[in-house]
Design a protein around this ligand. Structure first.
Ligand code: SF4
Length: 360
């Protein structure tokens, strides 16, 4: 079975106002060799249970991975490959902030084995970027994309919509970015409940999301998940592991792992983590909770949950056990011959649908 390794890099230069990821901003240049040691130490705690998995993705997320020197990535990749079985066709992604992207850095990252870049563009409008407390301009984001595609054929960018002050016209948002150069784009809606001071009205966000889905599709970026769009064959293999319920190991403070029947997470905080004092939480799934969670994750995908997959993987009749969702949310959840999926309207209501699924 294939799986992925996620490496959390919890260092940022400053906090973006919308961010809920774990990171610290109180150290200038992290001592990368100390962090490499801690990450590989953490990995060694998983050794016994990862023997049966062929890992085909490594994902450096954050935080701000692009704050780190190239040696950090090569040492971590080398350490991972010495401990677990890494396949030949590996997808290795690094999340980057636009201001860190230079030709020399990219060249060295490529040499270290990185083959996919995900750039945190977030908005194409400067006042919106300032409101979010991002440390780059839209012009810098555009040149970062154009530089990245000179070295990498697999470049993604992240955008956030639903921010007060952004354009209401989908093409205004995308026209400022070199969309044709991208192989992948992630489009997130700001969580208005957690960011009421930043958020636009929800009707505006829903309307913009619907329009952007259409414009992206017309530009060859096909939606394959609620927030993700890709050219043919360029879907994120790593993120698909999450939505397909494949095993993954998360390394670093706050990272989660899924090794059925366990979900495992670390909540030690950076300083304890660096000392090798990992503080793991662990939950054992019941089969029914795991299947429900897998249905929820599969519904995030455009193709939805497939009857044949659920029969083969979990021995359940998807229609019989989860067909009620279509009656409960008509027009939002639909059933076809092969399975159950969300409509575009359903994707906009996904949080409510998933809530109902987990607590019917
Ligand atoms: S750079 Fe990324 S991880 Fe750091 S605060 Fe901003 S959004 Fe959060």
């Amino acid at each position: 079975m294939n799986g992925g390794v996620y490496v959390h890099v919890p260092f940022c230069r400053s906090r973006c106002h919308y961010c809920s990821f774990y990171s610290v901003t109180d150290r200038d240049v992290p001592d990368s060799s100390e962090y490499v040691r801690a990450i590989l130490n953490h990995l060694s705690t998983f050794e016994l249970i990862t023997e049966a998995i062929d890992f085909n993705t490594v994902y450096f997320g954050g935080g701000t991975p692009s704050i780190m020197p190239v040696s950090f990535f090569s040492e971590v990749i080398e350490g991972i490959s010495a401990s677990v079985s890494l396949g030949d066709e590996l997808e290795i992604t690094i999340e980057m902030n636009p201001e860190d992207i230079t030709s020399d850095y990219l060249k060295d990252l490529k040499h270290a084995g990185i083959n996919r870049i995900s750039i945190g563009v977030q908005s194409s409008t400067d006042p919106v970027l300032q409101k979010l407390n991002r440390t780059h301009t839209s012009g810098e984001a555009v040149s970062a994309i154009l530089t990245a595609v000179k070295f990498f054929s697999n470049v993604s960018c992240d955008l956030i919509i639903g921010i007060d002050g952004e354009s209401r016209i989908a093409s205004n948002i995308l026209n400022k970015l070199p969309i044709a150069a991208l192989s992948h784009l992630s489009l997130y809606m700001l969580d208005g409940a957690k960011n009421d001071r930043l958020a636009a009205e929800s009707d505006h966000t829903a309307d913009l999301y619907t329009k952007l889905c259409g414009v992206l599709e017309n530009n060859g970026l096909k939606q394959y998940e609620i927030s993700n769009f890709a050219r043919e064959g360029m879907e994120s293999v790593h993120n698909l592991h999450y939505w397909k319920g494949n095993p993954y190991i998360g390394l670093g403070p706050s990272a989660h792992s899924l090794l059925y029947p366990y979900r495992i997470w670390d909540h030690s905080g950076l300083d304890r983590f660096l000392k090798g004092e990992f503080k793991s939480g662990r939950m054992e799934y019941s089969k029914s909770l795991f299947v429900t969670e897998m249905v929820m994750l599969a519904l995030r995908l455009k193709k939805g949950a497939r009857q044949a997959d659920f029969e083969k993987n979990y021995g359940i009749d998807l229609f019989k056990e989860f067909g009620w969702l279509c009656d409960r949310f008509p027009g939002f959840v639909v059933q076809d011959r092969d399975g159950i999926s969300l409509t575009l309207k359903g994707m906009l209501l996904s949080n409510e649908i998933f809530q109902e699924l987990l607590e019917p």
